[in-house]
Design a protein around this ligand. Structure first.
Ligand code: MTE
Ligand code: MO
Length: 425
């Protein structure tokens, strides 16, 4: 785009419109550029922060965001909250950039509240169909050879579940915010299972949580051995209590419910357990009343995070559209974006690390003339899978589903910049 003379021209206009200081000009030049405008006190007056000493270094031993960013927080939806302990809140995707979710902003989903666990009293047991049942302390795990660092998205299967029957919630925080993307530190599950020695009839692994919900799921042994992790670190520090401190399991690309937090036990068995969370819940009910047995993988999905209802357009002229794409089957290869409801598509610019089973950031630099827009994004992964429309999903799945809605999202941008969740067919 930098080579497009049209754009160069508009960029000059853009900087003039912003105020000359943004272009790095001197105050005198800025004054000349603003000869017609009213004096801007942000330029003409010396501000307090420039006159007085700032806060001392010990003022904030664990750093917090600037108070001017206080709106960038996890939020919940009243009618989705049965009780605070069995609840969910949402990542503020509209206010974030890059691919990593800051620890304090990762959405939370608890079935029995978030327990405060003393790590010195926490144990991980491996039992069932193994040669040698084992019990690890946290210290044992942290000195076990083979530690790794890996970035993965975690998406709740219910992300977007409220939108099955049509547009509901006004903000990508609420329609898509049951996802976070973190760099984990821990051990491949394989090294722990190998240490215990899985018997030849050991075909499934059941992680169990130490919380009051004692969450359990059945994971096939192939997946457990392939890329699952047992982790104590997120983004360079200890797991947050909400994310399973001191230990959780990571099941890359698969639905968040399987990522048992406050992990205390791994049982090896010869068949799936069919517990509550994999039968009555987290199961896809089809139109004819039958259910899919397991739907583990989170298919390719994307969303434009800005503009979006909580991040409306404020300026005509050059603007940056931004969004996220991810696939539980592999790596994002391409994201296409339309601003006219699907008549024309252009390929977005992907920026930052492109990792398998990780959020991937995309941008479209565009000029807005104040026209109404219908914005959509469509992700493609390296298996060739293309993100479907919501109508395509409904054709296959009917209207009984809650989980696994990876349909294309539409935002309507009005001529005043306000943005709304809509559906077009
Ligand atoms: N022990 C335990 N693990 C759990 C849960 C829980 O309630 N208890 N919730 C699951 C669900 S449904 C999801 S979507 C993810 C949410 O992980 P997060 O809170 O880190 O976002 O954790 C999963 N692991
Ligand atoms: Mo979930």
């Amino acid at each position: 785009m930098d080579h497009d003379p049209q754009f160069q021209k508009s960029r000059r206009g853009f900087l003039g419109g912003l105020g000359a200081t943004a272009a790095g000009l001197s105050l005198a030049q800025a004054g000349a550029a603003r000869a017609q405008a009213k004096p801007d006190p942000a330029i003409t007056e010396i501000q307090d922060w420039n006159r007085y000493l700032g806060d001392g270094v010990a003022a904030n031993p664990y750093g917090k965001p600037s108070k001017f960013e206080k709106g960038v927080v996890r939020r919940d939806v009243e009618w989705l909250t049965a009780s605070r302990e069995s609840s969910v809140n949402f990542t503020p995707l509209h206010a974030l950039d890059g691919i990593i979710t800051p620890n304090g902003l990762c959405f939370e989903r608890h079935h029995g509240g978030s327990p405060e666990i003393d790590p010195s009293k926490h144990r991980l047991m491996i039992n069932g169909l193994v040669d040698k049942p084992l019990v690890f302390t946290m210290d044992d795990l942290k000195r076990f050879p083979g530690r790794v660092n890996k970035v993965f998205f975690l998406e709740c299967a219910a992300n977007g579940g409220m939108e099955w029957k049509g547009a509901q919630l006004n903000g990508c925080q609420f329609t898509h915010g049951m996802v976070h993307n973190v760099m984990y530190t821990g051990l491949p599950l394989k090294v722990l299972l190998d240490e215990a020695g899985v018997k030849t009839n050991g075909k499934w692994v059941m992680p169990e949580g130490a919380d009051s919900s004692a969450m359990t799921r059945s994971i096939p042994i192939e997946k457990a051995m392939q890329d699952c992790l047992v982790v104590w670190g997120m983004n360079g520090e200890a797991l947050r209590q909400e994310q399973g401190y001191p230990l959780r399991i990571v099941v890359p690309g698969w639905e968040g419910n399987m990522w048992v937090k406050w992990l205390r036990r791994l049982e090896v068995g010869d068949q799936p357990w069919h517990h509550r969370e994999e039968t009555s819940k987290y199961t896809d009910l089809l139109a004819d009343g039958r259910s899919r047995r397991f739907t583990w993988i989170m298919d390719a999905k994307s969303v434009v995070t800005s503009p979006s209802p909580q991040a409306p357009l404020k300026h005509k002229g050059p603007n940056v559209l931004s969004g996220l794409a991810w696939s539980g089957r592999g790596t994002i290869r391409r994201v296409d974006v339309t601003i006219d409801g699907g008549k024309n598509w252009q390929t977005a610019r992907i920026d930052g690390p492109v990792l398998p089973m990780s959020l991937t950031r995309f941008y479209v630099d565009f000029n807005w003339d104040g026209r109404e827009m219908l914005i959509q994004s469509r992700a493609m992964d390296d298996t060739g899978y293309v993100q479907p429309t919501k109508d395509e999903l409904r054709k296959v799945r009917g209207l009984n589903s809650i989980y696994h809605n990876n349909g294309i999202q539409t935002w309507l941008v009005r001529s005043n910049g306000e943005t709304e969740n809509v559906e077009i067919s």
